[in-house]
Ligand binder design. Structure first.
Ligand SMILES: NC(=O)c1ccc[n+]([C@@H]2O[C@H](COP(=O)([O-])OP(=O)(O)OC[C@H]3O[C@@H](n4cnc5c(N)ncnc54)[C@H](OP(=O)(O)O)[C@@H]3O)[C@@H](O)[C@H]2O)c1
Length: 276
């Protein structure tokens, strides 16, 4: 059993808390309130992006929280339109200003971009690391080939690839690659954008632990060694209950059942990766 404080994925020198708070599609005071609640109930990883139009609200929540800045793993993402060198540099500085922070723990390229060669984008991200305003870098929405290339190009480790991953949407190739190469796979939309919480099959597994369907799906993700998950919730009840996933453990059989809600191939992969 893991406690929340020690539940992190170690990747390329980064310690990425396995549970993060997603903030897409929530802005202004609603976002500030949600992030404050998340920090209060124990989240120590907050995910924002230039695209979400909420970095100011996230920064205000961090500033007003009782949790020390250095205990919070703050992630933001360069908009794909800002992939050219000067835009990476200026837009990241603007992100830091909006966040009211001197550094971010992790800067991601939000998605592959045709605005600039990957060498140029990652070169600028590496320079921001040398300057000390970014601790770690990573990518998002990359397939295995792109991730491999990014790792070859970057002077520093690509610590994560943030991609859609939940019980109905698998990432077999990427998961295998990340597990073998020591890269974190950060699962976005881990609740299938709200579809998971109503799943009777997950609810049934949760009954013996007194856990909801959403908690079973999140537990399934964070119980995989190289995976972190970043559920979003606006409702305080959801924010709190989504964090209560470190006091129970799914059996190998249950891990397989949840994994195979999608397409039936997860158990084979888990066996190959030694997850069971
Ligand atoms: N890198 C990328 O391209 C990318 C793309 C998509 C998302 N993301 C990141 O991943 C985060 C999460 O993904 P997401 O926002 O798409 O979807 P999600 O986390 O899978 O689902 C969020 C939805 O589930 C509901 N919900 C949350 N907890 C619940 C619970 N315990 N019971 C019932 N309903 C619950 C929320 O409702 P309420 O809000 O009403 O509580 C919300 O409607 C985003 O916020 C963002 O940070 C990244």
């Amino acid at each position: 059993m893991t406690d929340r404080a020690s539940a992190a994925v170690s990747a390329g020198g980064a310690e990425i808390p396995k549970l993060g708070f997603g903030t897409a599609r929530i802005t202004g005071d609603d976002c500030k309130q949600a992030v404050e609640t998340a920090l209060e109930v124990g989240y120590r990883h907050v995910d924002t992006a230039q695209m979400y139009d909420n970095e100011t609200a996230v920064g205000r929540a961090i500033a007003d929280s009782d949790v020390a800045r250095d205990e919070i793993f703050v992630v933001t993402k360069v908009h794909p339109d800002n992939a050219a060198r000067e835009d990476v540099l200026s837009s990241t500085r603007a992100s830091l200003d909006r966040l009211g922070l001197t550094t971010v723990d992790l800067l991601l390229l939000h998605a592959p971009s045709d605005r600039a060669p990957l060498e140029e984008t990652l070169g600028a991200m590496n320079d921001l690391q040398s300057e000390g305003v970014v601790d770690h870098i990573g990518v998002s929405n990359f397939e295995v080939g792109g991730l491999e290339r990014a790792r070859e190009i970057s002077e520093t480790p690509i610590v994560t690839n943030q991609v859609k991953y939940h019980p109905y949407h698998h990432q077999d190739d990427l998961l295998e690659y990340c597990a073998n190469e020591g890269v974190c796979l950060t699962a976005y939309s881990p609740l299938a954008e709200g579809a998971v919480p109503g799943d009777d099959r997950l609810l049934e597994i949760g009954e013996k632990y007194g856990k909801s369907a959403a908690q079973v799906a999140l537990r399934w993700l964070v119980q995989q060694p190289s995976v972190a998950a970043i559920p979003k919730a606006a409702s305080p009840d959801h924010i709190e209950s989504n964090a209560a996933v470190f006091d129970f453990e799914l059996t190998d059989e249950e891990m397989g059942v949840v994994g195979d809600l999608g397409d039936g191939r997860w158990q084979q992969l888990a066996a190959r990766l030694g997850l069971r």
